[in-house]
Design a protein around this ligand. Structure first.
Ligand SMILES: *Cc1c(COP(=O)(O)O)cnc(C)c1O
Length: 334
């Protein structure tokens, strides 16, 4: 089975920004783009992306999950990076057009079609370290993905890092390439030294998130996660899980959580920790590595509440439960 995100549909939707306006959308081959070696993105990282999914329902219809939220975040990332402003309606049409073209390739659950909008600064100008690219390229890639847990799910090991941080704190809410490069070295070191799956970045002793997923804690009937601020990525999965939890009668607490509080709570039976994100949805955290010691979270295994919340979200995405929050956009022939 191919690694997540390594297979692409042969065509994508593309538009360019030049002379202060967006071009018409083109459908072009995915195998290459043409870029000047001096392009702004290659030198000064003017780049952002999104990740969302289209799902196939039992009647064959295809539905995109919370597309409006991802487009809003894409527009916000572009703005915060001083890239040209995206045309949200055009982006929405680009996504619907290309997903519609490949609707018959959308895998059945637990598979899906992963959608990767990308926006890059293209102006050939290596003298523009301190000024924005006046031209850009925006494209929508599609990648059919299978069951994320095909190899069997296991509870994750997270290294608690209280000294470093994932990225510059004013960049945290931007889905931008450089942030992932910046989290790579500490994550690779944690894998090698501690056999950790991910690093939980906790600068100054307070939890933010891992390299590419949000962190949630469940204690009894309460679900606890960091309140939104500019230091971390505002996950659509995070917000969806909180809405579902509230609907199930849980108390949602969005606030700061210290490492000290996390370790205290982790020792209690029945406590669960989890990571949320579009790719893996919701994954249990079984072990925290703190000061070189393994600390179990609750039972240390995959937790029943994580499974229940993930199932509730999947049921909506897969058309098995009513879409009461209007999270799905149906893709029709275009
Ligand atoms: C994409 C991402 C998430 C999860 O966001 P979703 O919208 O739930 O997919 C969390 N943290 C980081 C750093 C991310 O890049």
């Amino acid at each position: 089975m191919a690694a997540f995100g390594s297979v692409f549909m042969p065509r994508m939707a593309l538009a360019t920004f030049e002379n202060n306006q967006w071009s018409k959308t083109q459908i072009v081959p995915t195998d290459s783009i043409s870029l000047h070696p001096g392009a702004h993105v290659l030198h000064y990282s003017s780049t952002c992306f999104e990740g969302l999914k289209a799902f196939r329902h039992e009647d064959g219809s295809v539905h995109i999950f919370r597309m409006d939220q991802n487009i809003e975040r894409f527009a916000q990332s572009s703005k915060l990076l001083s890239l040209p402003a995206v045309d949200k309606e055009q982006v929405s049409n680009m996504i619907l057009d290309i997903v519609s073209e490949f609707a018959s390739d959308v895998p059945v659950p637990p598979g899906s079609m992963y959608i990767r909008p990308t926006h890059i600064g293209t102006e050939p100008a290596v003298g523009k370290a301190a000024s924005p690219s006046l031209t850009s390229m925006l494209y929508i890639l599609l990648s059919p993905v299978g069951d994320y847990f095909a190899g069997g799910a296991h509870a994750l090991r997270l290294l608690i890092d209280e000294t470093g941080q994932r990225c510059a704190s004013h960049m945290g809410m931007i889905k931008s390439g450089g942030n992932y490069a910046s989290a790579l070295a500490p994550t690779l070191e944690a894998k090698e030294k501690y056999k950790a799956d991910q690093v939980l970045f906790c600068p100054n002793g307070y939890i933010t998130e891992t390299g590419a997923a949000n962190f949630l804690l469940v204690d009894g009937n309460e679900i606890i996660t960091k309140a939104l601020d500019s230091s971390f990525l505002h996950g659509v999965t995070r917000s969806s899980i909180l809405t579902i939890a509230k609907g199930l009668g849980m108390t949602v607490s969005e606030r700061e959580v210290s490492v000290e509080e996390l370790l205290e709570r982790a020792a209690k039976p029945g406590v669960e920790a989890m990571l949320s994100g579009t790719a893996a949805v919701l994954t249990s955290v079984g072990t925290l590595i703190h000061n070189g010691q393994d600390v179990k979270v609750g039972s240390g295994e995959i937790g029943p509440i994580a499974q229940k919340l993930r199932q509730a979200l999947n049921d909506i995405q897969w058309g098995k439960a009513p879409d009461t929050h209007h999270w799905l956009t149906k893709v029709t022939d275009r």
